[in-house]
Write a protein that binds this ligand. Structure first.
Ligand SMILES: [Zn+2]
Length: 355
């Protein structure tokens, strides 16, 4: 089994992990219908199919990360109450459980949910409540990551870091930087992530998605990132690639999203196999289940079908994710054992897999 190509059933059944999934990009259209009705807000369409164009990028129609990010404004208007945040967070866990995900880190920009009177701390608290509810209902361990937005001021973002620090170890595990990478390079955020360092907050940074490897270098060396969101442009600079490898930095790659934002021109230039073979800690995630119309099974299916990853190689990628989870060591060890047990039950030996 170890060297064999996985079939669809095996890909569906194997235990998975999602460390890079955005709350606002993963709200189900049916939930927007519900939330709009409950909140008395108007909708441009009355059914799920009619809403999809407002929540999803069209195949081949999205030209850039900036255009991709444009879909988020629509959903955010419905995510301004405690109840909505709890439901959306719980449902991300539910969706993950449908693909045998055992652990999920759900990220969101708490400052994007304050238009209806919630405070920063309330926004974070209600997302965590929703994740905990999902964890209990679906048996998927779930934690939150707070995002600073590139286009927000230092003052706004530093409040997010301080609020995140108050929830560290209480359902929140890290902070992130997201948004328009091309317009706001990583170097402008040194002072901000110095606060994260002082507060001992683990850091992941979106870098090398819509800009070059300089941002990846900056995120690692000056912003304290131990994980990089996407990192597609890494191959353009062998020195930065060597740095990522040496330091064991994890790449959170999101194939469907990376194609849609034109981080690469097509699958033939998608570097997942290249990075994997270089010994880089590659991991695979959904980014935005609704915006990208994806799920973990689909993403791993792409790796098997297009890049010919074997079952044991896919297992190694999953285990890279378990290793990179922002969890305390003891919890991570338990999680690791649970994954190994599940892989063994499917006849996949992860002992020999590259982790
Ligand atoms: Zn992302």
């Amino acid at each position: 089994m170890t060297g064999s190509l996985p079939n669809d059933r095996l890909i569906k059944e194997m235990p998975k992990i999602d460390l890079h999934v955005h709350l606002d990009g993963s709200v189900k259209p049916a939930t927007v219908l519900e939330l709009a009705a409950r909140q008395g807000l108007p909708l441009p369409a009355g059914d799920e199919a009619g809403l999809r164009p407002f929540m999803q990028v069209e195949e081949g129609q999205c030209g850039s990360l900036r255009q991709y990010l444009g879909t988020f404004g629509f959903v955010l208007q419905f995510l301004q109450t405690a109840e909505a945040l709890e439901q959306a967070a719980c449902e991300v866990v539910e969706q993950a459980s449908g693909h045998n995900c055992k652990y999920v880190e759900v990220r969101f920009g708490p400052q994007l949910h304050l238009h209806n009177g919630l405070s920063l701390d309330e926004a974070i608290a209600h997302v965590i409540i929703g994740l905990k509810r999902g964890e209990q209902l679906y048996g998927v361990k779930a934690r939150a990551i707070a995002i600073c937005m590139r286009h927000h001021s230092f003052a706004v973002n530093s409040e997010v870091i301080e609020a995140a620090a108050r929830f560290l170890g209480k359902g929140l595990v890290a902070v992130d930087l997201a948004g328009d990478e091309a317009a706001f390079p990583a170097a402008a955020f040194r002072e901000l992530f110095e606060i994260a360092r002082q507060r001992k907050l683990p850091v992941t940074i979106h870098a090398g998605e819509a800009a070059g490897p300089d941002n990846i270098y900056e995120a690692i060396m000056n912003l304290g990132a131990t994980r990089i969101g996407h990192g597609i442009s890494l191959r353009e600079d062998p020195a930065v690639l060597a740095l990522v490898k040496e330091r064991g930095i994890t790449l959170e790659m999101c194939p469907m999203s990376n194609i849609q934002t034109r981080a690469v021109t097509g699958w033939s230039s998608y570097p997942v196999r290249h990075y994997y073979e270089q010994g880089i800690a590659v991991t695979i995630h959904t980014d935005n289940m609704t915006v990208s119309d994806t799920n973990l099974t689909k993403e791993y299916g792409i790796l098997a079908d297009i890049f010919h990853f074997t079952a044991s190689e896919l297992a190694a990628i999953v285990m890279n994710g378990v290793e990179a989870a922002f969890l305390p060591d003891a919890e991570k060890q338990l999680l690791k054992q649970a994954y190994i047990r599940d892989f063994h039950a499917l006849g996949i030996d992860v002992q020999h897999a590259q982790t």
